[in-house]
Write a protein that binds this ligand. Structure first.
Ligand code: NAD
Ligand code: MG
Length: 395
Protein backbone atom coordinates (compact mmCIF):
# COMPACT_ATOMS: atom_id res chain seq x y z
CA UNK A 1 0.00 0.00 0.00
CA UNK A 2 1.30 3.42 -0.93
CA UNK A 3 2.08 5.72 1.99
CA UNK A 4 1.38 9.45 1.84
CA UNK A 5 1.76 12.60 3.94
CA UNK A 6 0.14 16.00 3.42
CA UNK A 7 1.88 19.10 4.81
CA UNK A 8 -0.61 21.95 4.89
CA UNK A 9 -3.54 19.51 4.69
CA UNK A 10 -6.12 22.05 5.84
CA UNK A 11 -5.34 24.61 3.12
CA UNK A 12 -6.71 24.97 -0.37
CA UNK A 13 -4.17 22.60 -1.98
CA UNK A 14 -4.34 20.30 1.05
CA UNK A 15 -8.14 20.03 0.75
CA UNK A 16 -7.90 19.23 -2.96
CA UNK A 17 -5.26 16.59 -2.23
CA UNK A 18 -7.42 15.09 0.51
CA UNK A 19 -10.36 15.02 -1.90
CA UNK A 20 -8.37 13.03 -4.49
CA UNK A 21 -7.02 10.65 -1.84
CA UNK A 22 -10.54 10.00 -0.52
CA UNK A 23 -11.97 9.48 -4.01
CA UNK A 24 -9.06 7.12 -4.71
CA UNK A 25 -10.13 4.82 -1.89
CA UNK A 26 -9.02 6.72 1.22
CA UNK A 27 -7.63 4.51 3.99
CA UNK A 28 -8.32 1.36 1.96
CA UNK A 29 -5.90 2.50 -0.74
CA UNK A 30 -3.40 4.70 1.08
CA UNK A 31 -1.55 4.51 4.37
CA UNK A 32 -1.49 8.06 5.73
CA UNK A 33 1.63 8.89 7.69
CA UNK A 34 1.33 12.59 8.56
CA UNK A 35 -1.20 15.38 8.18
CA UNK A 36 -0.36 18.92 9.27
CA UNK A 37 -2.32 22.12 9.68
CA UNK A 38 -2.41 25.21 11.80
CA UNK A 39 -5.47 26.93 13.30
CA UNK A 40 -8.23 24.78 11.85
CA UNK A 41 -8.04 21.94 14.39
CA UNK A 42 -11.56 20.68 13.68
CA UNK A 43 -10.79 20.07 10.02
CA UNK A 44 -7.34 18.59 10.72
CA UNK A 45 -8.90 16.12 13.15
CA UNK A 46 -11.68 15.18 10.68
CA UNK A 47 -9.08 14.45 8.01
CA UNK A 48 -6.91 12.46 10.43
CA UNK A 49 -9.94 10.36 11.43
CA UNK A 50 -11.01 9.83 7.82
CA UNK A 51 -7.53 8.62 6.81
CA UNK A 52 -6.42 6.97 10.09
CA UNK A 53 -3.35 9.19 10.06
CA UNK A 54 -0.39 8.02 12.14
CA UNK A 55 0.37 11.58 13.23
CA UNK A 56 -1.48 14.89 13.12
CA UNK A 57 0.46 18.09 13.77
CA UNK A 58 -0.66 21.67 14.24
CA UNK A 59 1.82 24.49 13.76
CA UNK A 60 0.33 26.17 16.83
CA UNK A 61 1.71 24.99 20.19
CA UNK A 62 -1.24 26.52 22.04
CA UNK A 63 -3.73 24.32 20.16
CA UNK A 64 -2.22 20.94 21.11
CA UNK A 65 -4.83 20.29 23.86
CA UNK A 66 -7.63 20.99 21.35
CA UNK A 67 -6.09 18.63 18.81
CA UNK A 68 -5.72 15.90 21.44
CA UNK A 69 -9.34 16.36 22.48
CA UNK A 70 -10.54 16.26 18.87
CA UNK A 71 -8.65 13.02 18.23
CA UNK A 72 -9.49 11.31 21.53
CA UNK A 73 -10.22 7.62 21.07
CA UNK A 74 -8.09 7.31 17.92
CA UNK A 75 -4.55 5.99 17.59
CA UNK A 76 -3.32 9.15 15.88
CA UNK A 77 -0.34 10.71 17.63
CA UNK A 78 -0.86 14.45 18.17
CA UNK A 79 1.92 17.01 18.13
CA UNK A 80 2.38 20.76 17.80
CA UNK A 81 4.92 23.37 16.73
CA UNK A 82 7.30 23.91 13.80
CA UNK A 83 9.81 21.34 15.11
CA UNK A 84 7.05 18.72 15.31
CA UNK A 85 6.07 19.45 11.69
CA UNK A 86 9.67 18.88 10.62
CA UNK A 87 9.82 15.69 12.69
CA UNK A 88 6.66 14.49 10.95
CA UNK A 89 8.60 14.90 7.69
CA UNK A 90 11.25 12.53 9.08
CA UNK A 91 8.64 9.74 8.98
CA UNK A 92 9.11 8.02 5.62
CA UNK A 93 6.28 8.23 3.09
CA UNK A 94 6.26 7.28 -0.61
CA UNK A 95 4.42 10.43 -1.70
CA UNK A 96 4.51 13.72 0.18
CA UNK A 97 2.44 16.80 -0.62
CA UNK A 98 4.27 20.01 0.32
CA UNK A 99 1.43 22.54 0.63
CA UNK A 100 2.32 24.74 3.58
CA UNK A 101 2.17 28.39 2.53
CA UNK A 102 5.32 30.53 2.67
CA UNK A 103 8.93 29.94 3.66
CA UNK A 104 7.70 27.70 6.52
CA UNK A 105 7.31 24.95 3.90
CA UNK A 106 11.02 24.73 3.12
CA UNK A 107 12.38 22.67 6.02
CA UNK A 108 9.64 20.00 6.04
CA UNK A 109 10.13 19.57 2.27
CA UNK A 110 13.90 19.20 2.63
CA UNK A 111 13.48 16.65 5.42
CA UNK A 112 10.94 14.64 3.40
CA UNK A 113 13.34 14.44 0.44
CA UNK A 114 15.79 12.45 2.56
CA UNK A 115 13.63 9.33 2.20
CA UNK A 116 13.77 9.30 -1.59
CA UNK A 117 10.23 8.94 -2.87
CA UNK A 118 8.19 11.73 -4.42
CA UNK A 119 7.73 15.28 -3.19
CA UNK A 120 4.71 16.89 -4.83
CA UNK A 121 5.74 20.53 -4.52
CA UNK A 122 3.01 23.14 -4.26
CA UNK A 123 5.14 25.23 -1.90
CA UNK A 124 6.82 27.30 -4.63
CA UNK A 125 8.54 29.37 -1.93
CA UNK A 126 10.92 26.40 -1.39
CA UNK A 127 12.26 26.76 -4.92
CA UNK A 128 12.35 30.55 -4.76
CA UNK A 129 14.27 30.69 -1.49
CA UNK A 130 16.48 27.63 -1.85
CA UNK A 131 16.20 26.16 -5.35
CA UNK A 132 19.78 24.81 -5.61
CA UNK A 133 19.61 23.28 -2.11
CA UNK A 134 16.25 21.64 -2.78
CA UNK A 135 17.27 20.20 -6.16
CA UNK A 136 20.64 18.98 -4.80
CA UNK A 137 18.94 17.32 -1.82
CA UNK A 138 16.56 15.48 -4.15
CA UNK A 139 19.47 14.33 -6.32
CA UNK A 140 21.51 13.23 -3.31
CA UNK A 141 18.75 11.02 -1.90
CA UNK A 142 17.30 9.85 -5.21
CA UNK A 143 14.00 11.63 -4.59
CA UNK A 144 11.70 13.03 -7.27
CA UNK A 145 10.26 16.53 -7.06
CA UNK A 146 7.10 17.04 -9.12
CA UNK A 147 5.84 20.60 -9.55
CA UNK A 148 2.29 21.23 -8.32
CA UNK A 149 1.69 24.67 -9.71
CA UNK A 150 -0.65 24.71 -12.69
CA UNK A 151 1.92 26.41 -14.93
CA UNK A 152 4.85 24.24 -13.87
CA UNK A 153 2.90 21.03 -14.08
CA UNK A 154 1.93 22.20 -17.57
CA UNK A 155 5.57 22.83 -18.54
CA UNK A 156 6.54 19.45 -17.11
CA UNK A 157 3.81 17.73 -19.14
CA UNK A 158 4.57 19.63 -22.37
CA UNK A 159 8.25 18.72 -22.05
CA UNK A 160 7.63 14.97 -21.70
CA UNK A 161 9.69 13.07 -24.27
CA UNK A 162 11.29 16.25 -25.62
CA UNK A 163 14.95 17.20 -25.71
CA UNK A 164 15.32 20.21 -23.43
CA UNK A 165 18.10 21.50 -25.71
CA UNK A 166 15.47 21.96 -28.44
CA UNK A 167 13.47 24.38 -26.30
CA UNK A 168 13.70 28.02 -27.35
CA UNK A 169 11.30 29.49 -24.84
CA UNK A 170 8.91 28.72 -22.05
CA UNK A 171 5.79 30.81 -21.64
CA UNK A 172 3.80 30.69 -18.42
CA UNK A 173 0.37 32.28 -18.35
CA UNK A 174 -1.11 34.67 -15.79
CA UNK A 175 -4.80 35.41 -15.42
CA UNK A 176 -4.00 39.05 -14.77
CA UNK A 177 -6.03 38.83 -11.56
CA UNK A 178 -8.86 41.12 -10.46
CA UNK A 179 -6.97 44.33 -11.37
CA UNK A 180 -5.95 43.47 -14.91
CA UNK A 181 -7.84 46.45 -16.29
CA UNK A 182 -7.47 48.85 -13.36
CA UNK A 183 -5.80 52.20 -13.99
CA UNK A 184 -2.81 53.20 -11.90
CA UNK A 185 -5.10 55.65 -10.05
CA UNK A 186 -7.61 52.89 -9.22
CA UNK A 187 -4.77 50.70 -8.00
CA UNK A 188 -3.85 53.25 -5.31
CA UNK A 189 -7.03 52.43 -3.37
CA UNK A 190 -7.17 48.61 -3.56
CA UNK A 191 -8.35 46.92 -0.34
CA UNK A 192 -7.40 43.42 0.90
CA UNK A 193 -11.01 42.27 0.34
CA UNK A 194 -10.79 43.29 -3.34
CA UNK A 195 -7.36 41.70 -3.76
CA UNK A 196 -8.38 38.34 -2.34
CA UNK A 197 -11.24 37.87 -4.83
CA UNK A 198 -9.61 36.03 -7.70
CA UNK A 199 -11.66 35.84 -10.92
CA UNK A 200 -10.76 32.22 -11.90
CA UNK A 201 -9.06 30.28 -9.13
CA UNK A 202 -10.16 29.41 -5.61
CA UNK A 203 -6.99 29.58 -3.49
CA UNK A 204 -5.67 30.48 -0.04
CA UNK A 205 -5.74 34.14 1.03
CA UNK A 206 -2.04 34.82 0.59
CA UNK A 207 -1.58 33.36 -2.90
CA UNK A 208 -4.82 35.07 -4.00
CA UNK A 209 -3.44 38.49 -3.05
CA UNK A 210 -0.08 37.55 -4.60
CA UNK A 211 -1.95 36.78 -7.81
CA UNK A 212 -3.61 40.19 -7.76
CA UNK A 213 -0.22 41.94 -7.40
CA UNK A 214 1.45 39.45 -9.76
CA UNK A 215 3.91 38.60 -7.01
CA UNK A 216 2.65 35.06 -7.53
CA UNK A 217 3.75 35.20 -11.18
CA UNK A 218 7.05 36.70 -10.03
CA UNK A 219 7.58 33.72 -7.71
CA UNK A 220 6.63 31.44 -10.62
CA UNK A 221 9.19 32.98 -12.97
CA UNK A 222 11.87 32.20 -10.38
CA UNK A 223 10.32 28.77 -9.80
CA UNK A 224 10.55 28.01 -13.54
CA UNK A 225 14.18 29.00 -13.62
CA UNK A 226 15.11 27.00 -10.55
CA UNK A 227 13.14 23.84 -11.30
CA UNK A 228 13.76 23.44 -15.05
CA UNK A 229 17.07 25.30 -15.33
CA UNK A 230 16.08 27.48 -18.30
CA UNK A 231 17.91 30.78 -18.61
CA UNK A 232 15.93 33.89 -17.62
CA UNK A 233 15.72 35.20 -21.19
CA UNK A 234 13.98 31.97 -22.27
CA UNK A 235 11.15 32.40 -19.76
CA UNK A 236 8.19 34.66 -20.55
CA UNK A 237 4.87 35.61 -18.96
CA UNK A 238 1.73 36.20 -20.99
CA UNK A 239 -1.57 37.40 -19.58
CA UNK A 240 -4.40 35.01 -20.46
CA UNK A 241 -7.61 36.02 -18.67
CA UNK A 242 -9.43 32.67 -19.11
CA UNK A 243 -6.76 30.58 -17.26
CA UNK A 244 -7.29 27.65 -19.64
CA UNK A 245 -3.83 27.51 -21.27
CA UNK A 246 -1.40 27.13 -18.37
CA UNK A 247 1.95 27.12 -20.17
CA UNK A 248 3.45 26.83 -23.65
CA UNK A 249 6.83 25.55 -24.84
CA UNK A 250 8.33 26.99 -28.02
CA UNK A 251 10.76 24.66 -29.80
CA UNK A 252 13.63 25.40 -32.19
CA UNK A 253 11.52 24.33 -35.20
CA UNK A 254 8.95 27.04 -34.49
CA UNK A 255 6.34 24.68 -33.08
CA UNK A 256 4.64 25.35 -29.77
CA UNK A 257 3.22 22.77 -27.38
CA UNK A 258 0.54 24.16 -25.09
CA UNK A 259 -1.07 22.60 -22.04
CA UNK A 260 -4.77 23.30 -21.49
CA UNK A 261 -7.02 22.39 -18.61
CA UNK A 262 -9.73 23.73 -16.34
CA UNK A 263 -8.76 26.13 -13.54
CA UNK A 264 -8.86 23.37 -10.94
CA UNK A 265 -5.70 22.46 -9.03
CA UNK A 266 -6.85 18.86 -8.75
CA UNK A 267 -5.51 18.38 -12.29
CA UNK A 268 -1.92 19.24 -11.31
CA UNK A 269 -2.24 17.44 -7.97
CA UNK A 270 -3.76 14.36 -9.61
CA UNK A 271 -1.03 14.36 -12.27
CA UNK A 272 1.61 14.31 -9.51
CA UNK A 273 -0.29 11.67 -7.55
CA UNK A 274 -0.52 9.24 -10.47
CA UNK A 275 2.80 10.04 -12.15
CA UNK A 276 4.48 8.35 -14.05
CA UNK A 277 1.10 6.95 -15.11
CA UNK A 278 -1.99 8.95 -15.98
CA UNK A 279 -4.92 8.33 -13.66
CA UNK A 280 -8.54 9.40 -13.72
CA UNK A 281 -8.95 12.87 -12.20
CA UNK A 282 -12.49 14.17 -11.63
CA UNK A 283 -12.07 17.71 -12.96
CA UNK A 284 -14.49 19.38 -15.34
CA UNK A 285 -13.76 18.56 -18.99
CA UNK A 286 -13.17 21.56 -21.25
CA UNK A 287 -15.92 22.47 -23.68
CA UNK A 288 -13.94 24.35 -26.31
CA UNK A 289 -16.96 25.44 -28.32
CA UNK A 290 -18.46 27.01 -25.21
CA UNK A 291 -15.16 28.68 -24.34
CA UNK A 292 -15.09 30.03 -27.91
CA UNK A 293 -12.15 32.42 -27.40
CA UNK A 294 -8.81 32.39 -25.66
CA UNK A 295 -7.20 35.80 -25.28
CA UNK A 296 -3.62 36.77 -24.69
CA UNK A 297 -2.00 40.12 -23.87
CA UNK A 298 1.37 41.39 -22.68
CA UNK A 299 1.65 42.07 -18.93
CA UNK A 300 1.99 45.72 -17.89
CA UNK A 301 5.30 46.15 -16.07
CA UNK A 302 4.36 49.62 -14.80
CA UNK A 303 1.31 48.45 -12.85
CA UNK A 304 2.85 45.09 -11.90
CA UNK A 305 6.47 45.85 -10.88
CA UNK A 306 6.82 42.45 -9.18
CA UNK A 307 7.65 40.96 -12.59
CA UNK A 308 10.61 43.31 -13.03
CA UNK A 309 11.87 42.52 -9.53
CA UNK A 310 11.66 38.79 -10.30
CA UNK A 311 13.87 39.33 -13.37
CA UNK A 312 16.56 40.83 -11.15
CA UNK A 313 16.35 37.83 -8.82
CA UNK A 314 16.50 35.35 -11.73
CA UNK A 315 19.69 37.03 -12.93
CA UNK A 316 21.33 37.41 -9.55
CA UNK A 317 20.25 34.11 -7.95
CA UNK A 318 22.30 33.44 -4.78
CA UNK A 319 20.30 34.40 -1.71
CA UNK A 320 18.32 37.09 -3.53
CA UNK A 321 15.33 34.72 -3.88
CA UNK A 322 15.25 34.17 -0.11
CA UNK A 323 15.38 37.94 0.44
CA UNK A 324 12.74 38.59 -2.22
CA UNK A 325 10.31 36.06 -0.77
CA UNK A 326 10.81 37.11 2.85
CA UNK A 327 10.36 40.81 2.04
CA UNK A 328 7.25 39.95 0.02
CA UNK A 329 5.80 37.96 2.96
CA UNK A 330 6.34 40.92 5.32
CA UNK A 331 4.88 43.41 2.84
CA UNK A 332 1.87 41.12 2.35
CA UNK A 333 1.32 40.85 6.14
CA UNK A 334 1.25 44.64 6.35
CA UNK A 335 -1.07 45.01 3.36
CA UNK A 336 -3.49 42.50 4.93
CA UNK A 337 -3.26 44.39 8.24
CA UNK A 338 -4.10 47.66 6.49
CA UNK A 339 -0.72 49.29 7.16
CA UNK A 340 0.53 49.36 3.58
CA UNK A 341 -1.13 50.37 0.29
CA UNK A 342 -1.31 47.70 -2.41
CA UNK A 343 1.30 49.27 -4.69
CA UNK A 344 3.68 49.87 -1.79
CA UNK A 345 4.29 46.12 -1.43
CA UNK A 346 6.58 46.08 -4.46
CA UNK A 347 8.39 49.17 -3.18
CA UNK A 348 9.11 47.43 0.12
CA UNK A 349 10.54 44.41 -1.70
CA UNK A 350 12.62 46.57 -4.03
CA UNK A 351 13.99 48.67 -1.16
CA UNK A 352 14.79 45.55 0.88
CA UNK A 353 16.77 44.06 -2.01
CA UNK A 354 18.55 47.38 -2.55
CA UNK A 355 19.57 47.69 1.10
CA UNK A 356 20.72 44.09 1.31
CA UNK A 357 22.67 44.32 -1.94
CA UNK A 358 25.06 46.75 -0.25
CA UNK A 359 26.14 43.87 1.94
CA UNK A 360 27.57 41.27 -0.40
CA UNK A 361 25.67 38.41 1.20
CA UNK A 362 22.99 38.30 -1.55
CA UNK A 363 25.56 36.71 -3.87
CA UNK A 364 26.16 33.69 -1.63
CA UNK A 365 24.84 30.53 -3.33
CA UNK A 366 21.63 29.09 -1.83
CA UNK A 367 23.21 25.73 -1.07
CA UNK A 368 23.32 25.72 2.76
CA UNK A 369 20.14 25.85 4.83
CA UNK A 370 21.65 28.08 7.50
CA UNK A 371 22.59 30.72 4.89
CA UNK A 372 19.06 30.66 3.46
CA UNK A 373 17.45 30.92 6.90
CA UNK A 374 19.84 33.69 7.90
CA UNK A 375 18.94 35.70 4.78
CA UNK A 376 15.23 35.03 5.36
CA UNK A 377 15.59 36.46 8.87
CA UNK A 378 17.67 39.44 7.74
CA UNK A 379 15.27 40.34 4.93
CA UNK A 380 12.25 40.13 7.27
CA UNK A 381 13.99 42.50 9.69
CA UNK A 382 14.97 44.90 6.91
CA UNK A 383 11.51 44.85 5.30
CA UNK A 384 9.84 45.43 8.68
CA UNK A 385 12.09 48.45 9.19
CA UNK A 386 11.24 49.79 5.72
CA UNK A 387 7.51 49.38 6.37
CA UNK A 388 7.89 51.24 9.70
CA UNK A 389 9.67 54.10 7.91
CA UNK A 390 6.96 54.23 5.23
CA UNK A 391 4.19 54.29 7.84
CA UNK A 392 5.98 57.01 9.84
CA UNK A 393 6.47 59.18 6.75
CA UNK A 394 2.73 59.08 6.04
CA UNK A 395 1.81 60.45 9.49
P1 NAD B 1 -3.65 28.00 2.28
O1 NAD B 1 -3.43 29.28 2.99
O2 NAD B 1 -5.02 27.67 1.83
O3 NAD B 1 -3.13 26.78 3.20
C1 NAD B 1 -1.89 26.83 3.80
C2 NAD B 1 -1.66 25.60 4.67
O4 NAD B 1 -0.43 25.79 5.38
C3 NAD B 1 -2.73 25.37 5.74
O5 NAD B 1 -2.84 23.99 5.97
C4 NAD B 1 -2.14 26.04 6.98
O6 NAD B 1 -2.62 25.48 8.16
C5 NAD B 1 -0.67 25.75 6.80
N1 NAD B 1 0.19 26.77 7.39
C6 NAD B 1 0.07 28.11 7.30
N2 NAD B 1 1.09 28.71 7.94
C7 NAD B 1 1.86 27.72 8.44
C8 NAD B 1 3.08 27.72 9.20
N3 NAD B 1 3.69 28.84 9.57
N4 NAD B 1 3.61 26.52 9.52
C9 NAD B 1 3.01 25.38 9.15
N5 NAD B 1 1.87 25.33 8.44
C10 NAD B 1 1.31 26.50 8.09
O7 NAD B 1 -2.63 28.00 1.06
P2 NAD B 1 -2.79 27.29 -0.36
O8 NAD B 1 -3.50 28.18 -1.29
O9 NAD B 1 -3.25 25.89 -0.20
O10 NAD B 1 -1.27 27.28 -0.84
C11 NAD B 1 -0.32 26.37 -0.31
C12 NAD B 1 0.95 26.43 -1.14
O11 NAD B 1 0.64 25.99 -2.45
C13 NAD B 1 1.53 27.83 -1.28
O12 NAD B 1 2.93 27.75 -1.35
C14 NAD B 1 0.99 28.30 -2.62
O13 NAD B 1 1.83 29.25 -3.25
C15 NAD B 1 0.99 26.99 -3.40
N6 NAD B 1 0.03 26.95 -4.50
C16 NAD B 1 -1.29 27.08 -4.27
C17 NAD B 1 -2.19 27.05 -5.32
C18 NAD B 1 -3.67 27.14 -5.07
O14 NAD B 1 -4.45 27.02 -6.02
N7 NAD B 1 -4.14 27.34 -3.86
C19 NAD B 1 -1.73 26.89 -6.63
C20 NAD B 1 -0.36 26.76 -6.84
C21 NAD B 1 0.51 26.78 -5.78
MG1 MG C 1 0.44 28.95 -10.51
Amino acid sequence: MRSISIFGATGSIGESTFDLIMRGGGPAAYRTVALTGSSNIKRLAEMARALNAEVAVTARDDLLPDLRAALAGTETICAAGQAAISEAADRPADWVMSAIVGAAGLVPGLRALRHGGTLALANKESLVTAGPLLMATAAKYGATILPVDSEHSAVFQALAGEDQAAVERVIITASGGPFRQFSMAQMQAITPAQAVAHPNWSMGQRISIDSASMFNKALELIETREYFGFSPDQIEVIVHPQSIVHALIGFCDGGIMAHLGPADMRHAIGFALHWPQRGHVPVERLDLARLAALNFEAPDPARFPALRLARAVMDMRGLSGAAFNAAKEIALDHFIAGNLPFLAMAQVVEDTLARLSHQNSLQIAATALEDVLHMDHLARKTATQIVAEAVASRH
